[in-house]
Design a protein around this ligand. Structure first.
Ligand code: PLP
Length: 385
């Protein structure tokens, strides 16, 4: 089966690289291979491009070029934000606050910092997966170095009240890190408008190549680097710069920004239609997780009750549909996701969960076919005739 014959409904896990981004990658890899840190004419040209690319990446999110730290993706940016801020923090600010539904990149780094002696608070979420702001207020204090709360959850698509979170962090004199990996492309993301001091993006989620990402770091904010060595990326990330990756990322960011308003309303209508069709056909046997909260337009997290989601995903896969099972960043995990558990789902409800995440290329027919298949598979798995 060629990859073209599959219907890809797992955009929250990865996206096809845009041809324009790939062309920029190739152009820089073959044309601007000199090390920008060297001292000869080709290096000076590469250095000029390095600055221009930071300028373009910055402009796409309303930031200054010096506020852009290029990284290998979301995980590295998240780890740099948390580890870098806690290492640079001055007493008595040695505490970290995160939400209970952060991506593993944030969650596991927070747990590592905790084992190393930092105090970490985990702010709970509502049944719809939205952070409880009163609970957040209770744990943010003059001892808080950093608050890290994502913009949109990768499993449910549920949006977090990031502007409020920023205000709560700043009122206590703490810094705010926002993991905006899932939000960018579907929503305008501007760290200054949000009030984020640090913000994470990952190219692979919006048509950039895998292995590219950004940590926005507000100009006055000082971080301790995680990868040490040379002075690259304003001293925050050592290693010869990946100019080709930056060129591809800049193109992907510009295209994502340009097509946002055009691409997603239709996808949102189709996502809603899928949910309506499943609810109509299967009634109480399906639960749409996070449906009561504002969500990204393309994600639907559905619990099919009394079956295993994996069985449904395999059957959908055999029919050509690629869908997500809980969080794609935790391959092989059989425990229910920490996100669904934080929303109060039982193991039984969470185990039948599928994440559908559509891209701008999804069609009416594909969604209708998907809904029909889900209904037929569900009835088959339950022996319902
Ligand atoms: C919200 C969120 N943060 C961080 C990451 C990690 O990004 P990467 O895979 O680029 O390291 C992901 C990946 O799915 C994500 O969805």
């Amino acid at each position: 089966m060629s990859t073209k014959s599959y219907i890809y409904c797992d955009y929250a896990a990865g996206t096809p690289c845009r041809p324009e981004a790939l062309a920029a990658f190739a152009e820089f890899a073959t044309g601007h291979y000199a090390n920008p840190g060297a001292h000869h004419p080709l290096a000076y040209i590469a250095k000029k491009h390095l600055y221009d690319l930071h300028d373009r990446m910055g402009r796409a999110i309303g930031a200054d070029p010096r506020e852009i730290v290029f990284t290998s993706g979301g995980t590295e940016s998240d780890v740099l934000a948390l580890r870098g801020m806690l290492a640079a923090a001055k007493a008595p600010r040695n505490e970290l606050v995160i939400s209970a539904i952060e991506h593993h990149a944030v969650l596991l780094e927070a747990q590592r910092l905790e084992r190393a002696g930092a105090r970490v608070h985990y702010a709970p979420v509502s049944a719809d997966g939205v952070i409880e702001l009163d609970a957040l207020r209770r744990v943010v204090s003059e001892r808080t170095a950093l608050v890290s709360v994502m913009y949109a959850n990768n499993e449910t698509g549920v949006l977090q009240p990031v502007h409020e979170v920023a205000k709560i962090a700043h009122a206590a004199g703490a810094k705010y890190h926002c993991d905006a990996v899932q939000a960018f492309w579907k929503l305008p993301v501007n760290p200054k408008e949000i009030g984020a001091d640090l913000l994470t993006l990952a190219g692979a989620k919006f048509g950039g190549p895998k292995g590219t990402g950004i940590l926005y770091n507000e100009m006055t904010n000082r971080l301790a680097p995680v990868i040490i060595g040379g002075p690259q990326e304003w001293g925050y990330r050592a290693g010869t710069e990946n100019l080709s990756g930056m060129a591809a990322l800049a193109v992907a960011m510009e295209l994502a920004d340009a097509e946002r308003e055009r691409a997603w309303p239709r996808v949102e209508a189709l996502r809603n239609r899928l949910e309506e069709m499943l609810s109509k056909a299967l009634g109480d046997n399906v639960r749409i997780n996070g449906a009561g909260a504002p969500r990204l337009p393309n994600i639907s997290n559905i619990s099919f009750l009394h079956i295993e989601g994996q069985a449904m995903a395999i059957q959908l896969g055999e029919a050509g549909y690629c869908v997500g099972l809980g969080s794609a960043c935790a391959p092989g995990e059989t425990d229910p996701s920490h996100v669904l558990a934080a929303m109060g789902l039982t193991w039984e409800d969470a185990i039948g969960c599928i994440r559908f995440s559509f891209g701008p290329d999804i069609t009416d027919e594909q969604v209708n076919g998907l809904a029909d298949l889900c209904v037929a598979n569900y009835k088959h798995l339950r022996g319902l005739g």
